[in-house]
Design a protein around this ligand. Structure first.
Ligand code: CA
Length: 229
């Protein structure tokens, strides 16, 4: 079931949106102010965000910007003022859609469904049949076990390749070092989770332009790693 976060300070509007989305089969959570909304959006695992622009505390502009720095979750921004919508578009914050209040709940549901379907297609096309994945200049052929970075082929050891292909096939999912070790190395392997760290470092040296600011495999401090879609 798709999980949606509504960040909206007007409780009557939030309740209405929540009711309609739940009737359409979505799992919905609500934050009534900007601070909670930002924390929930960053820490929670939502499939889509509905973000009001004018909020007490942290406003919708800032939440959108901060979420986009870390995630590709579809964002629908709503505002009572048409002018604000034009302003948001102009800022290029990376929201996926904009709606002016008041809108009909059924229109909101229709747009939410459309964005979720589009996002699923995007994710699905990248991992299509797990054969060739292409992500921003990185091409991984899992059948031939070959990797190219901006057209240039790079050589990978077996485990480096397995680790990269596994992470890339599960984008935006955070894996702990333990999980990765168990996934990639079989039970008889000598080694421990430090092996994972070493392999991540070697992979980054091959695929990242700047290893101190990785664009593909991110370190989630205290948790593990995530392949950024
Ligand atoms: Ca508001």
């Amino acid at each position: 079931m798709s999980k949606i976060l509504i960040v909206e300070d007007e409780e009557a509007i939030a309740d209405l949106e929540k009711d309609y989305l739940e009737l359409s089969g979505f799992d919905v959570e609500v934050a009534n102010d900007g601070e909670n909304g930002l924390v929930m959006a960053l820490e929670g695992d939502y499939d889509l965000l509905i973000l009001d622009l004018m909020l007490p505390g942290v406003d919708g502009f800032e939440i959108c910007r901060k979420v986009r720095d870390e995630k590709n979750t579809p964002i629908v921004m709503v505002s009572a003022k048409k002018d604000d919508i034009d302003k948001i578009r102009g800022l290029g914050l990376g929201a996926d859609d904009y709606m002016t209040k008041p809108f009909s709940p059924s229109e909101l549901v229709a747009r939410v469904k459309a964005h979720l379907a589009r996002y699923d297609r995007l994710i699905g096309s990248v991992a299509e049949k797990n054969k060739v994945m292409e992500i921003r200049g990185l091409k991984i052929d899992t059948t031939a076990r070959r990797v190219w970075v901006n057209g240039e082929e790079k050589t990978f050891t077996t485990k480096e390749f397995d680790l990269l292909a596994f992470l890339a096939a599960h984008p935006n999912h955070v894996y702990s070092k333990d999980e990765l070790f168990r996934e990639i190395w079989d039970m008889e392997s000598v080694g421990d989770i430090a092996t994972v760290t070493v392999h991540i470092k070697k992979i980054r040296e091959k695929i990242e332009m700047d290893t101190s600011n990785p664009q593909y495999i991110e370190t989630i401090w205290g948790v593990g790693y995530r392949f950024k879609m």
